[in-house]
Design a protein around this ligand. Sequence first.
Ligand SMILES: NC(=O)c1ccc[n+]([C@@H]2O[C@H](COP(=O)([O-])OP(=O)(O)OC[C@H]3O[C@@H](n4cnc5c(N)ncnc54)[C@H](OP(=O)(O)O)[C@@H]3O)[C@@H](O)[C@H]2O)c1
Length: 324
Amino acid sequence: MTINALIFRGRHEPIEVQEISKPDYVTDDFVSVKLKSAALNRRDYWITKGLYPDIADNLPAVLGSDGCGIYEGNEYIICPNVNWGDGPFPSTNYTILGLQEYGTFADQIFVRKNKLYRKPDHLSSEQAACLPLAGLTAYRALFTRCQAKKGQKVLISGIGGGVALFACQFAIAIGAEVYVTSGDEKKIKKAIALGAVDGVSYKDPQAMKALGKKVGGFDVVIDSAGGKGFNQLLKMCKLGANVGIYGGTAGTISGVAVPNLFFKQISIHGSTMGSDEEFKKMIDLVNEYKIVPVVYKVRSLQEGNTSINDMSKNEHFGKFVLNI
Ligand SMILES: NC(=O)c1ccc[n+]([C@@H]2O[C@H](COP(=O)([O-])OP(=O)(O)OC[C@H]3O[C@@H](n4cnc5c(N)ncnc54)[C@H](OP(=O)(O)O)[C@@H]3O)[C@@H](O)[C@H]2O)c1
């Protein structure tokens, strides 16, 4: 049995669709899903640039952590967790679909049956394929780690990010007052069209300061950048605020005004992915509020490498999807 997949063999090799054999880790609890759509994450880009742990040991790899496909006549989305375990934090052998195990950039995938969740009825396959990795990360950062609630003032930084956009949509859905930052004015306008109250550029410290003042401080801040701008986010916090951070796009955090941190009694929560239980809760939330993921561009599996490279342009608002 062969799989047609977008194969990654190493940084200097072409990334193209080739036939690959059924993986040898497949056991009786695995099922075969005929994929209809897959979606990209920044992780796929980092891996192709060699900027992710354990790449060399896992080549050739089929990338892709997000997918929607058919199993026994019904359509499912796939939870990308491998070995999270039963606890609130991942087990030591936790991995994410799309490196150690073959991912979703393929016409077929073998996954454990308990990773399949029915596709929300209100979504197309393309929309549903956007949910898994980014939706799960946003859910845990926002709700489990930062305890975001209706009526709270929530700031989401870098709204062009896939996770950030889900955090924005989820927070709006539960009735939070949501504000965003972006390096691109057009993306702020798009977030406002989705229901955010307002937004400013993270490149403009004065505008950031003014927003914090106008709002009266944020209860929750969700960030994936870190870097020098992180201190500015802390200054925009209310007493007792929860700050969630799941990425380090802008690098090392420096210049943090420590008194601001302890006088305001701010809690900073690192967050990564989420448990299978949180995945289920995320899908329930999407169903309850009829949340529709934003699709930026749809291409074919054969054009997958173009989309992976386009991620670096940072022009996207929403997800790159591959139709299979
Ligand atoms: N820990 C986890 O479980 C987890 C899960 C998913 C992703 N991540 C990490 O989180 C990061 C974001 O990933 P993603 O896939 O959601 O997003 P993405 O699609 O890679 O987008 C990154 C976004 O970061 C924003 N950004 C860049 N510089 C910024 C700055 N100085 N301040 C604030 N925002 C800035 C930009 O937003 P604008 O375009 O609006 O300017 C950009 O669109 C990546 O580093 C990724 O590896 C971690």
